[in-house]
Ligand binder design. Structure first.
Ligand SMILES: NC(=O)c1ccc[n+]([C@@H]2O[C@H](COP(=O)([O-])OP(=O)(O)OC[C@H]3O[C@@H](n4cnc5c(N)ncnc54)[C@H](OP(=O)(O)O)[C@@H]3O)[C@@H](O)[C@H]2O)c1
Length: 172
């Protein structure tokens, strides 16, 4: 089973032009602390969205989902042609964190192969061109009672504005 880690804004906004629409260094630090020592699994486009200097994500086993058998990856990065293969490749002592993008997360949620969702909920609406209706649905599902791990005002490096950013844990 996967643990999903992702961030959405108030309308389910997930990304813009292949990049994150916001930049909250404290949120990125929280993500790193949560996933360090474990396995991060991501779609090929999420891999491509990482700045070359920051990939593979250090201190973690990196697995990239792609159907392309000859997709070029560094030798330490594993390639998986499916979610099931990614789970098989995950070292036994580590948690498989599925970190994006929408296609991979939505497929995992639909197939019910997710037991935890660590969702960063950002109040406000950003300019986005990709949304996650599955994660927004989870956030607005009144039958769910997530644990709030932390919640604080953070300053977005992109526009200098303060936003309330909350880390929620859903156990499915
Ligand atoms: N807000 C957040 O928390 C967050 C987190 C991560 C990423 N992002 C953003 O999300 C965007 C990318 O998301 P996306 O939904 O467009 O793409 P994605 O899921 O990252 O990548 C899609 C590609 O991954 C491969 N793939 C995905 N699921 C697969 C599966 N089950 N089996 C085999 N291959 C699979 C396919 O690659 P092939 O075409 O090569 O077969 C597919 O075309 C980026 O802009 C990134 O910045 C946001």
């Amino acid at each position: 089973m996967f643990s999903v880690v992702a961030a959405i804004d108030g309308s389910g906004g997930f990304s813009k032009g292949g990049r994150l629409p916001w930049r909250f260094p404290k949120e990125l630090a929280w993500f790193a602390k949560l996933t360090k020592g474990h396995t991060v699994i991501m779609g090929r486009k999420t891999w491509e969205s990482l700045p070359p200097a920051h990939r593979p994500l250090t201190g973690r086993t990196n697995i990239v989902l792609t159907s392309q058998v000859d997709y070029p990856l560094p030798p330490t990065v594993l390639r998986a042609p499916s979610l099931d293969d990614a789970l098989t490749l995950t070292p036994a002592s580590t948690t498989p964190f599925l970190i994006g993008g929408v296609r991979a997360i939505d497929e995992a949620l639909r197939r019910k192969v997710v037991n935890h969702v660590f969702l960063t909920s950002i109040e406000g609406r950003f300019s986005t061109d990709l949304k996650s209706s599955c994660l927004l649905g989870l956030l607005h599902d009144t039958g769910r009672h997530p644990t709030t791990l932390q919640s604080e005002m953070m300053v977005n490096r992109n526009d200098g504005q303060a936003y309330r950013v909350s880390q929620l844990q859903f156990d499915l």
